[in-house]
Design a protein around this ligand. Structure first.
Ligand code: COA
Length: 394
């Protein structure tokens, strides 16, 4: 988790900007439609007018897409300089426009008209086509599938290295809750793209609620507490399939998994003191227990980044696979596990966890209390500010 960035002026703008309320930086994919190209100016203007008639907020991702298509349609490909890291609002807008690449103005106009008309259409009687809750379609940041008795929760923000937004925290909790009750035998957590996860999205705290940063620290603490609790209490075998580098909370949580498979390309990094913060995910308890205090200290206090093989030697990872065969070898292994009797597996897992459960909850509570203080500390503010300033200079 990261710090409230109260020192930065840009988020005053963030707070007052409807477009990025509940900011999430999307990976926009422009997909072609079956429509014939060549919308008229009237069609385009009509679509613009229809946009103002929408009753429901279509969400930030769609609003950014609309913005990007409008810019592309009216001005062509984005050629303006990339805004700095601190210019949050303009940066997400710029990202959205830039992601359209060399799409022609005609195509962008067509996409714009199609998109608005689909939004307007969805508000009519055809709304019965709404996606059922619990399906993958209900998630913005995850892809959740069940196949071969395995429920897979895929972190799905590859362009942001699967950094965990507030929305993703909530969606993971929801996905775990449903996976815990579904018919699958085991549950897998993995990432899309070249990273497993880059930890807490450092933009999470750029929106200050009315109660100020104290309220934000409290809300963030409660979010983290519930998130980690969902892992502590998860009732079935939980397997981590670590497809690339892992940072922060995505590493600390691994002590709560039952088995962790990693590609040799994976690394494990918990740069908490670098950010003026402190460990979470029950790692203050699980890491010393699994690797000894001296080795845990190197990671949790002094930010040592481990290779996959080092993590395996320390007991954080079960087994390391060559990157070229990682997915197939792991899948074969998991399919075999998922043929084992469901109840026997679940009860065995619960027995193993029961020994430590109270301690895990206590560790979670203590870690959250400490972090809520850390997020308000000058050390933490300065560390985070340096991080953003360094990126803004890039
Ligand atoms: N929070 C917010 N954005 C993040 C992020 C995070 N934790 N991790 C990656 N991103 C974003 C980057 O800002 C970048 O966005 P941009 O394309 O709009 O500039 C994009 O994801 C790709 O990351 P980039 O830094 O260009 O890739 P990289 O391979 O050079 O480095 C990381 C990847 C993860 C090492 C680097 O992004 C990083 O250090 N992130 C912060 C990790 C962190 O401190 N997490 C919290 C731990 S407590």
């Amino acid at each position: 988790m990261a710090v409230p960035l109260s020192l930065f002026s840009p988020w005053r703008f963030v707070r007052s900007t409807r477009l990025i309320k509940g900011l999430r930086i999307p990976a926009l994919q422009l997909h072609t439609t079956g429509s014939v190209m060549g919308v008229t100016v009237e069609d385009f203007n009509h679509a613009k007018a229809q946009l103002n008639t929408l009753k429901k907020d279509p969400g930030n991702e769609v609003k950014l897409k609309i913005y990007a298509l409008f810019k592309q349609a009216t001005q062509g490909p984005c050629s303006t300089p990339k805004p700095g890291m601190l210019d949050f609002v303009n940066k997400v807008k710029w990202d959205a426009w830039k992601s359209l690449g060399s799409v022609s103005q005609d195509e962008a106009r067509q996409e714009y008209v199609d998109l608005i008309s689909s939004l307007v259409g969805a508000e009519g009687p055809a709304q019965a086509t709404a996606k059922p809750s619990g399906s993958s379609a209900a998630y913005e940041t995850l892809l959740v599938t069940t196949e071969d008795n395995i429920t897979t929760i895929l972190l799905n923000r590859p362009t942001k290295k699967n950094a965990i937004t507030v929305e993703m925290y909530n969606e993971i909790v929801k996905a775990l809750e449903l996976a815990g009750k579904d018919d699958s035998v085991i549950t897998v957590l993995t990432g899309s793209g070249d990273f497993y996860c880059s930890g807490n999205d450092l933009n999470n705290f750029t929106k200050i609620p009315d109660g100020g940063i104290e309220k934000m620290a409290k809300d963030s603490g409660e979010l983290l507490r519930g998130f980690v609790k969902a892992f502590i209490d998860f009732p079935k075998p939980l397997i981590g399939v670590i497809n690339g580098p892992a940072v922060g909370v995505s590493v600390t949580l691994l002590g709560l998994f039952d088995v962790v498979y990693a590609t040799e390309r994976a690394t494990f990094h918990t740069p908490f003191s670098q950010l003026g913060q402190s460990p979470e995910g029950c790692s203050s308890y699980t890491f010393p227990k699994m690797m000894g205090t001296a080795k845990a200290g190197e990671m949790l206090l002094f930010n040592k980044k481990l290779t996959a093989n080092e993590a395996c030697q320390r007991g954080l990872v079960t087994e390391v696979f060559p990157d070229s065969s990682f997915q197939t070898e792991v899948r074969t292994r998991l399919k075999a596990y998922a043929q084992l009797p469901r109840n026997s597996l679940a009860l065995s897992k619960q027995l193993v966890r029961a020994v430590d459960k109270e301690r895990l909850h206590a560790a979670n509570n203590q870690e959250v209390e400490r972090l809520m203080e850390r997020w308000l500390s000058e050390e933490c503010m300065n560390a985070i500010m340096s991080f953003f300033q360094a990126r803004a200079r890039l």
